[in-house]
Design a protein around this ligand. Sequence first.
Ligand SMILES: NC(=O)c1ccc[n+]([C@@H]2O[C@H](COP(=O)([O-])OP(=O)(O)OC[C@H]3O[C@@H](n4cnc5c(N)ncnc54)[C@H](OP(=O)(O)O)[C@@H]3O)[C@@H](O)[C@H]2O)c1
Length: 382
Amino acid sequence: MARPLTDEDRAHLERAVELGRNGWGRVHPNPMVGCVIVREGEVVGEAWHEVFGGPHAETLALAQAGPAARGATAYVSLEPCRHEGKTPACTRALLASGIARVVFGAADPGAESGGGGRELAANGVEAVGPVFDDARARRLNPAFHAQYPDRPWLALKLAVSLDGGLSAGPGRRTQLTGPEAVEMVHWIRAGFDGIIVGAETARVDDPLLTVRGVVEPRVPPVRIVLDPDATLPSDAALFDDVERVPVWVFTSEDAAEGELERLEAAGAEVHPVARSGAHALDLRSVMRVCREGGLSAILCEGGGRLGSSLMADALVDRLYLFVAPSVLGAEAVPGFRRWPLLQAGRGQWVSAQPTCALGPDALFVLDRQVGAAPASTSSTSG
Ligand SMILES: NC(=O)c1ccc[n+]([C@@H]2O[C@H](COP(=O)([O-])OP(=O)(O)OC[C@H]3O[C@@H](n4cnc5c(N)ncnc54)[C@H](OP(=O)(O)O)[C@@H]3O)[C@@H](O)[C@H]2O)c1
């Protein structure tokens, strides 16, 4: 019979979660996982899953603990896996070590990898978990838990003024946030397979969309532009290092053949898809191509029209909302165009982590509540 969790147990489990976060940008599409091994109140092993294809957190922590693992408790942020994949099953390693107790945070939803807790219990280990409910598990490793068959898990990142503006006016590039927020954006980018922007953002900001922060991603995210008429200039900054970081351009199926060839010559991988309006591509088709192309998590970095279309089509799972303490006024490009109305009496967005101050700016990280659908699912365009 499993003992109830003590405050000390919970603190070790939270430490395992914190360690797991070190895998951001390095382990996906695997989940981030941390492990702490404690014997008689003393921490004898601490580790995290460091890189996709590399040893799991439990294996690394057990190696640190050595013989001290016998009779100890292992705290793992995710249920230990029980299948032989790129690395041996963690349940086997735990059993071989003589661990007496395993406390795990989130359940592993995998058909093959899940069920490690039951397997440990069947072999005489005191297995406690899942300690976290589904909502907490999803917050920790959202793309891993979502696994949509027809689209990537998607986050929308916007920097807005206090009055909801994105830039001072059409055609005007405006740096809204300070260096701390910019650094955070580079950290966020590292955890995604792709970064997507609308054609107007590509035209006005001429961004690089590369990761230039403290975390070097294992695979740099693909840069993606939704450009119905294939207008992206061949000398766009995106093409500067296209050999290292791919650029995908989604155009409409009726875009001029010559323009598609020009973009391909510049280094782009061109994907024609159906339109859903005069100025819009069908986002479900775009998402399907991204998923089929191996992207499991993508970050949209605006602008307002693309972000709003994604919101209206209920394709946004997480919001990274940077709010700058400035006012842009009536000429500003709006960040929130026709966002679906909040349904009365029902919260659609929940805080995924505490709101934080980044220099003068604030960052809100919000997740769509599972099962919460927008009031309207009609596409916006134009
Ligand atoms: N503060 C921030 O976080 C931030 C982030 C990004 C951008 N910005 C600023 O925002 C401005 C650009 O934003 P914006 O709202 O004008 O444009 P946008 O969202 O960047 O681009 C809209 C364009 O994307 C193309 N598109 C293709 N499919 C679409 C779809 N399903 N839904 C919507 N658009 C689709 C269309 O291109 P066509 O027009 O070619 O048909 C459309 O007009 C710039 O001034 C930029 O500096 C600020």
